[in-house]
Design a protein around this ligand. Sequence first.
Ligand SMILES: NC(=O)c1ccc[n+]([C@@H]2O[C@H](COP(=O)([O-])OP(=O)(O)OC[C@H]3O[C@@H](n4cnc5c(N)ncnc54)[C@H](OP(=O)(O)O)[C@@H]3O)[C@@H](O)[C@H]2O)c1
Length: 322
Amino acid sequence: MKNVLVHFKTDQEIKTLLAQRLGEKARVFHIEGPRATLSDIHILLTSNRTLGGDPQIIGEMGNLELIQSVTAGVERFPFHLIKQGIIVCSASGALSRAIAEHAFALILALAKNIVCHTKAMREGTFDNSVQSKELLGKVIGILGFGSIGREIARIARGFAMKVFAINRSGRTDFDCDFIGTLADLDHILTKSDVIVISLPLTKTTEGLIGRHELERMKEDAILVNIARAGIIEQGDLYRHLRDNPRFKAASDVWWRYPEDRRGGTSRQDHPFHQLGNFLMTPHVAAHVVGARKRMFEVAVENIRRYLNGEELMNIVRREDYL
Ligand SMILES: NC(=O)c1ccc[n+]([C@@H]2O[C@H](COP(=O)([O-])OP(=O)(O)OC[C@H]3O[C@@H](n4cnc5c(N)ncnc54)[C@H](OP(=O)(O)O)[C@@H]3O)[C@@H](O)[C@H]2O)c1
């Protein structure tokens, strides 16, 4: 019998899900319930922000075997404190389609000038002189061809776009027009009309897109980031957008977050909100109805597999973060 600690507050629906799926193979403790002895815990069910904000708990869990996140991103995990041999898994895949749809909402809004037109008409101006962009036959460069990246490619195929992509192996079963690795970044940047970032934030991808890379993109390219802000150099993106009005970008992810994400003040180091060629959403790509339950379902299914000795999904490579 293994002991599972749920690292955050949950509601009755999630408690029932845990009880039903993990059955008799695990004893489930809740952080808000009767205090479990941390040294007895084998499996920690947590999230990127929860464990990132409470890293010292790892040191108290001498018998930890598995850390399962309910989030796809795990860059805030204290990898330096997690001993070799402890398996770390993300919940990648739970909401990939929703996130890919959001990426496309941003791409289309930029290509068709939706926000500018709405703003002008709200202010009483009728101006149809601005031309929009067609996606048909254009190249979409997808940086990070995992669960989200492949969903983006599926939608792009519906628009008859050419798909260029990058992953670690440089191989994929998906019918791409080009697949490569980071060694091919320049090729993708120069050839793409639309570039979407769907990479994890790791020691390799942090600051990957800076002034040089932005200058290699087409003058009128569309860049969309739904992964993590730290993959792009904030100041370089701001200056590139400011100095190249034909270049457009959108981001769902931020360098700075307010303490309160449900109504706090949005503030970055540069005045992105003043740029007409930049669209912003407050990290909502995955916030679709039923999202929370789906994240838990993926995470709990992985714990079930672990308890039954089955193959795990989404094992994180700790060396990517150390
Ligand atoms: N905006 C939001 O609300 C939101 C929600 C969920 C996730 N995210 C972010 O999106 C990221 C991606 O999620 P996912 O579920 O698609 O993850 P995933 O399935 O693990 O895919 C990651 C992709 O990135 C590639 N990759 C990783 N390191 C690389 C490197 N150094 N060089 C080239 N390719 C590299 C992987 O290559 P291989 O396939 O070869 O391994 C894989 O194709 C998450 O890590 C998270 O930060 C954002």
